[in-house]
Write a protein that binds this ligand. Structure first.
Ligand code: PLP
Length: 362
């Protein structure tokens, strides 16, 4: 039998530590996916997701997929051969969007940015006169950068706006309707405080009407998934076996977040991000993401001269059972990524990670 790992402090880019309420719900008995108790649970989960997305979209559901599955669903339902997709690229996940859009047949117009910088809405909007979709990452996990989605939404014209909210949902301000997001996808394993495995997904009426009919993916076809979540018909129809236990975990975390209050949860993430940034600078470290665009849920910091990135991370894991993340791509050895998400968006968590890092660097 494999050894049971003692718990870790997950201060990396995700998964983060889950809320205890979510973990408790994961140990409940498995029930059928057509059980009335489950159907009510799915309805409540979709309602909770509407709140954290900031949307009234009826088609808001937990996709049975991770965040990348949500990304695939966003593109496969909106672009097909020859459709133009303008994609803002300011990190790894913008890159991934380009690849997914290309595989869906889109003609991709990528708008590259220096890593560490936010999306330049003006350049993105000027990149093509009539794109079918414009896509951007709200919170770039690879660089720790927050981008302005509202300006893209306000000026998108006839295009559909796709937004990646994997590292913002449930922790940072997210107003899908107000910002004009047509298709949004996210993940459970960051600020929502649930293990990885589901992708909170939302589609506006406008995007639903203009969706690709018979998209290349049967599993991710939003025309079929509306019935699965009960949104389109008012009654649930079988599409695939719902991951009943994961959805119980998500429901419990949403209950926990909404009981605390979404504003209070966001304030907790803002305070944790600010305290971590201040503490890192007090340790003499330099932040990586552009000032004014730093994520509160994930802080990027430069590895100081003379320190070995991997050795420090190894020290934290061995001595504190604590994970922080390495950088991505060209910044693999020169940047660390420190998440303060979900239950880890707290003063105690920030003190712990700062103290451990100080010891590791001594
Ligand atoms: N988009 C962003 C911004 C992410 O941070 C991630 C994962 O970290 C993904 C997409 C992909 O999500 P997943 O790894 O859950 O498939």
């Amino acid at each position: 039998m494999p050894a049971i790992l003692t718990s870790r402090f997950l201060f990396g880019p995700g998964p983060g530590n889950a809320y205890p309420e979510a973990m408790a719900a994961l140990s409940h008995p498995v029930i059928g996916h057509l059980d009335p108790v489950f159907i009510e649970r799915l309805d409540r989960t979709c309602a909770g997701l509407r709140t954290v997305w900031g949307t009234a979209n009826t088609r808001t559901l937990p996709l049975s997929a991770t965040g990348s599955g949500g990304m695939e669903a966003a593109f496969v339902n909106t672009v097909s051969d020859g459709d133009v997709a303008v994609v803002a690229v300011n990190g790894l996940f913008g890159e991934r969007m380009c690849e997914v859009a290309r595989r869906c047949g889109a003609t991709v117009v990528r708008v590259d940015h220096e890593w560490g910088q936010p999306v330049d809405a003006e350049r993105v909007l000027a990149a093509h006169p009539a794109p079918k979709v414009i896509a951007a990452v709200h919170a770039e996990t690879s660089t720790g950068v927050l981008s302005d989605i509202a300006t893209l939404g306000a000026n998108k014209g006839d295009a559909l706006l796709i937004a990646d909210a994997v590292t913002s949902i449930g922790g940072l301000e997210l107003l899908a309707d107000q910002w004009g997001i047509d298709v949004g996808y996210a993940g459970t394993q960051k600020c929502l405080g649930v293990p990885p495995g589901l992708s909170p997904f939302t589609v506006s009426e406008r995007a639903f009407e203009r969706r690709i009919r018979d998209p290349r993916s049967w599993y991710l076809d939003i025309g079929l998934l509306g019935g699965y979540a009960g949104a389109a018909t008012g009654s649930r129809t079988y599409h695939h076996t719902a991951p009943v236990t994961m959805i119980a975990g998500l429901e419990a975390a949403l209950d926990r977040i909404l009981a605390e209050g979404l504003d209070a949860v966001q304030a907790r993430h803002r305070a944790a991000g600010a305290a971590l940034r201040a503490g890192l600078q007090e340790l003499g470290l330099e932040l990586f993401a552009a000032e004014g665009s730093r994520l509160d849920s994930l802080t990027t910091v430069k590895v100081p001269d003379g320190a070995d990135s991997a050795a420090v991370r190894g020290y934290l894991l061995r001595n504190f059972s604590m994970e922080i993340g390495a950088g991505v791509g060209a910044f693999k050895d020169s940047v660390w990524r420190i998440g303060t998400m979900g239950p880890n968006a707290s003063p105690a968590a920030v003190t712990l990670v700062l103290g451990a890092l100080e010891e590791a660097l001594a």
